[in-house]
Design a protein around this ligand. Structure first.
Ligand SMILES: [Fe+2]
Length: 392
């Protein structure tokens, strides 16, 4: 197993000094280079509080420890699961049926391959989607369906829910937007290039569910999207909690999980990197998604990753059990998906796609040049969701 670690980018430097300062220029370059080379980086942000992460993880453990009947009340299948809860065994890893993705796996050194996803079973993970967006002041090209956030019913959870979700969601959103500014500068673009394109973060797609009885597209915004895996039920070594895949959005950001198990693949070496956060300090993990790949014409590639039960996960389960015997044994990942706005025209930015042409950083890139057809972001999301079985 690889012992490589991810580059650490310091948001504090970016926030403390003017964009023209040498230190900021260097840090922004580092951010862009890390995304090009690894598709991922660790972000240091002193504003993010460990206590907020703990409050968030505790809340979500309590939420997902509820009986299935209570959780089911928060499901919205008619809205493509884009708000509320998605129960386990719903979402399939797209890669299992996706030819280019299977080719990526085949190109990897056998030692570095992900756990086998070809059985194409849905992931045994639950998820909750909580929207974190500004309402667009313009009339969108797609009329929108108003899908309000779902607040759980159970009293003890309900009273804590909104403040904790909003607090943590805002921390993640602020950090990832600052990183998007750093990446833009590091790529030689105006600072606000990405953040303006994603300001309203509304992704719209059509629903094809007959029960909906409408042709209105669904509006899917920036999402705080924690996932939960039941470590009592799924604690055998080499269980796949989330199969090998890339994310469909622009950038994904995570806080520290209580249980290791997330592996990412570095584009340059094709080696599997188990994500390890520094033991203390305020660090977040950022990964590139498909929208960033599309907009940069493949200069940055969406990062492949999986979540599995490995030796480190089992060790953390043992420690947690002995230190907190009364707490639910559930692996929460504090994921936040940052999107571009649905109306945004997704077309490679010329100087970046020129830079991307001919670049072959590693085995992940494959032999064939990917074609990035221009389309609206809403269309791209719709295409991706069909693949992962979240839409009819
Ligand atoms: Fe993912």
């Amino acid at each position: 197993m690889s012992t490589a670690t991810l580059p650490v980018v310091d948001l504090d430097i970016f926030l403390a000094q003017p964009p023209s300062s040498e230190a900021v220029i260097q840090e922004c370059q580092k951010a862009a280079d890390a995304l090009i080379t690894y598709g991922a980086l660790l972000l240091h942000d002193s504003r993010v509080s460990e206590d907020d992460n703990i409050a968030f993880l505790d809340l979500l453990e309590d939420y997902f420890a509820q009986p299935e009947d209570s959780l089911k009340k928060d499901e919205r299948p008619e809205l493509g699961y884009q708000v509320g809860v998605t129960l386990e065994n719903t979402e399939k890893p797209k890669c299992a049926v996706d030819e280019p993705c299977l080719q990526v796996i085949a190109n990897l050194d056998p030692q570095e391959r992900p756990l086998d996803i070809t059985a194409h079973s849905p992931d045994p993970k639950c998820r909750f989607f909580w929207k974190m967006s500004e309402k667009p002041p313009y009339e969108t090209k797609f009329p929108s369906l108003n899908a309000p956030n779902v607040v759980p019913q159970e009293e003890k959870i309900k009273e804590r829910w909104i403040p904790i979700m909003e607090k943590w969601g805002t921390s993640m959103k602020t950090a990832v937007e600052n990183l998007a500014e750093m990446a833009a500068l590091g790529l030689g673009l105006p600072q606000k290039t990405f953040t303006e394109a994603g300001r309203y973060g509304y992704v719209l797609f059509e629903s094809h569910d007959s029960q909906m009885n409408n042709k209105d597209p669904i509006r899917s915004p920036h999402l705080l999207a924690p996932t939960a895996s039941d470590l009592v039920k799924y604690s055998e070594k080499d269980t796949i909690l989330a199969g090998f895949h890339t994310d469909l959005n622009f950038l994904t950001i995570h806080g520290r999980s209580r249980y290791p198990g997330l592996n990412i693949w570095a584009r340059n070496t094709g080696k599997r990197i188990p994500v390890r956060f520094p033991p203390t300090g305020r660090y977040l993990l950022v990964q590139a998604g498909k929208q960033l790949e599309h907009l940069t014409g493949g200069l940055i590639k969406a990062g492949y990753h999986e979540v599995v039960v490995n030796d480190a996960t089992l060790q953390a389960i043992g420690t947690r059990k002995s230190q907190h015997p009364d707490r639910p044994l559930i692996r929460i990942s504090s994921t936040f998906f940052w999107h571009l706005s649905s109306d945004h025209w997704l077309e490679p930015i010329a100087p970046l796609s020129e830079r991307a042409r001919g670049i072959r950083i590693g085995v992940i890139d494959g032999e064939n040049e990917t074609v990035y057809e221009p389309m609206r972001v809403g269309q791209q999301v719709q295409n991706e969701l069909r693949h992962i079985a979240l839409m009819a």
